[in-house]
Design a protein around this ligand. Sequence first.
Ligand code: GLU
Length: 547
Amino acid sequence: MNTEKLAERLFPEQYPPLASYEDKYPPRNLSKGAEVTRLAPSPTGFIHLGNLFVAIANERIAHQSGGILYLRIEDTDEKRKVDGAVEAVKNALRYFDIKFDEGAEIEGDNTYAPWYQRQRAEIYRAFVKELVKKGRAYPCFCTEDELSALREKQTAEKRITGYYGEFAACRALSEEEIYRRLDAGLPYVIRLKSSGDPEHKLKFHDEIKGEISVTENDQDVVILKSDGIPTYHFAHAIDDHFMRTTLVIRGEEWLSSLPIHIELFQTLGFERPRYGHNCSLMKQDGETRRKLSKRKDPELSLEFYRQEGYFARAVKVYMLTLLNSNFEEWYLKNPEKPLEEFRFSVNKMGKSGALFDLNKLNDISANELSRLSAEEMLAFLKDWADEYGTDGQRAYFKDEEYMLRVLNLCMGTGGKKRRKDFVTARQAMEFIRYFFEEESRRDEYRVDAQTKNAILKSFGEKYSYSDDAQTWFSKVKEVAASLGFAAETKDYKANPEAYKGSVADVAEVLRIALTGRANTPDLWTVMQILGEEVSRKRLQKATEERA
Ligand code: GLU
């Protein structure tokens, strides 16, 4: 077979000499030990926790070593492409403070561009042409129907499915037959002519899993599809080489493709980057553990964390806890330090499934939020509201002084006693809602309507905005005593039969009337913040309510 002639027929266009690509994309000039890592998502619009999991690892490894993290868009599959997906990836990762040095839509050095695989067709084709020339790749004319018939036959015979060895029909086509089919204009793909032997096991050093055994690939995988676009496998090998990637941390779902990747690098004569296959995120589901699923678990999507308003640092802390076995200890000792000060190590990454537990994340989040100053909390909530809040919620920030007072009271910002029950911005915004909007009542009064109205009326007559906390409370006690409630809780406890209830019950009526809730921070302060007019209006309105 004259493979030279075949290569010219299949790729009549003339490409620059292959060595010129080596000059065009020269080895990077980085100091020793600097790692070049990447994130290479497909633009499907769905960016998930698994992506963030490896993104954090790649980012830490690159930047800690004085290297580079770049963003490559693997858009070889046109069908899965979604508009705006690259923006979505970038926004999602920016929220978690993953900074790329180079890459698609990133301002940075473009020596190794283009960053979209579809824009790199020339270089892929140049190398495929070379493989055809060398007899390491060939055109395959098999139709979808023929391939599925093959699969069925193999399945029936209990053989491994795929295009390999004796089943690789087009591998054996005569020269005449190939040209006859080409002349007839039949569509074709280009396949790798594998030289692997599945009886051979390779020893492979995985940066995370350690020494593993890999079966040699013998599948004649497609490297160029009929539309002239390469497959992911082929494109990634070219790109990782010419973008001078040194280390690939990716999800362990790619482990099964590793034999193909090893053969591709060998065939192309490229030095391989080191690979580390990271364990999957698992979820406890009853008795069993399973992988987080797109369909069942909303928390798999990164969008979930932003919509709910998780504090980005908290999510990162949790991811790092799962990524590096010694992180938790470091974090306990250094709760306030920038996370970059932790020394990340690939060899401390888990070898098998990491259990993802939303409750743990919630605890971390509550802890992190309890360390924010009122101003930081305001900024955090405002950012969330700007993007995900209602118009009503955005209006909470019109008067920042007012907001700071609310936060100081509700979250104890500034004080010594911090509340630790705020997990997300959405939840915190709900919590402070009654300071900004009239709430519909959430909790029921525990007294009858008549008693409720009597309490509200009597308190309304006595109340003055200028009362200090003590005077205010003595007035509540007066109201209690005048309506048959014990003014002192201890009196009520000593003799419950003698009273309708205690001063606490009276205060609860006021609380529900003013805020719609039976539990709030200190009610005097709440009323101080709400102001006289609003407080009176709400007390009045509650009197008119029937229940
Ligand atoms: N494009 C692949 C993905 O969507 C990247 C796989 C790799 O990192 O090699 O996950």
